[in-house]
Design a binder for this molecule. Structure first.
Ligand SMILES: [Zn+2]
Length: 328
């Protein structure tokens, strides 16, 4: 790290459906201070973009002591959805903000604030954060998954998000793990997220609890059965809960195995609520990968939990500004 890069900072913005979080982040990925405002998504995309710009202006006028505005090298924005990474416009997706689709956020921010701006989806941002300063530090190729309502994915190669030809590389939750399996709204059948997201784990656990009566889960109402409560039951040694997690690990290993063959990552980073299952989930994934990926006999890929927690969204967004600073 040169002296100049250690005194450079970027603004990271984590745009969510209910809240906007933003912060000042160092080149090393340290979050120095954080700001939060409600998104007020119902007021529409134009309002939300103006709100983010106003928040950036506020941050630039309230920079932590010792940091001058000239040391801010750019802005990064992470949000759910599929983005055109050249224009920073939301192409499709999950942010429930009417009118945001198609808004060229990147050029609007650059015109309003005079700082280079990069926009990407939240799963890519998560993996970039972990690859720069978390569980994937120093990995030349890092692959990450966020296990939540669905499964997000991302690939970071040489410190940059890999977008592929059209921008949707790394949508790893939609890798096929059952060729004739459950229909997914993406159009495919048997996507990994239909079998191993936190929601899928809870859904399967509810079905299993109806059939079996000798489990902690059997005594719970359907609403009480969540990915988290499955993890708690498994931690107490409940055989059915362990089976539910093993099954998710099996499907994850099918999808992860294909990605390992395609990309030879040094590390697989698992985040999101499902990562709270910890070693109960990671160890069976490693076990299946050893069988599924023959290169694993030479050197096995690390399967590890994320390290940065809820700050990854801001840290990774700022990481976009550093990683993409000289690219168009
Ligand atoms: Zn799908």
């Amino acid at each position: 790290m040169t002296a100049s890069s250690s005194s450079e900072y970027a603004l990271g913005i984590d745009l969510g459906g209910t809240g906007i979080k933003a912060g000042v982040v160092s080149a090393h990925g340290t979050l120095l201070r954080e700001w939060k405002v409600p998104t007020e998504a119902e007021k529409g995309g134009g309002y939300v973009v103006a709100r983010m710009i106003a928040l950036c202006r506020q941050i630039l006028s309230e920079l932590p002591e010792g940091i001058q505005s000239e040391q801010i090298i750019g802005i990064g924005i992470g949000s759910p959805g599929v983005f055109d990474f050249k224009t920073g416009a939301l192409v499709a997706g999950a942010v429930n903000i009417p009118g945001l689709n198609g808004t060229p956020m990147r050029s609007i921010f650059e015109a309003e604030l005079g700082l280079p701006t990069r926009v990407d989806n939240d799963a890519n941002v998560f993996v970039l954060a972990e690859a720069r300063s978390g569980a994937g530090r120093d990995a030349s190729v890092a692959v990450g998954y966020t296990i939540g309502t669905g499964i997000g994915g991302g690939v970071v190669i040489g410190g940059k998000v890999f977008h592929g030809a059209w921008g949707f590389a790394g949508e790893l939750g939609h890798v096929t793990v059952e060729p004739e399996g459950i229909y997914c709204p993406c159009g495919n059948h048997g996507c990994m997220e239909s079998y191993a997201s936190a929601n899928a784990i809870a859904t399967y656990a509810r079905q299993a609890a109806e059939i079996h009566d000798n489990s902690i889960l059997s005594g719970m109402s359907p609403d009480e059965i969540t990915c988290k409560s499955v993890g708690e039951a498994a931690a107490q040694g409940d055989a059915l809960a362990r089976h539910v997690i093993e099954r998710a690990a099996f499907y994850l290993s099918v999808g992860i195995g294909s990605t390992v063959i395609a990309l030879n990552p040094a590390v697989i980073i698992i985040g999101g609520g499902g990562a709270l299952l910890g070693e109960m989930l990671f160890e069976p994934i490693r076990k299946h990968l050893r069988r599924r990926v023959y290169h694993q006999r030479v050197q096995s890929v690390d399967v590890v939990g994320a390290q940065l927690g809820v700050d990854a969204g801001i840290i990774g967004a700022a990481g976009l500004a550093f990683a993409e600073r000289n690219s168009n």
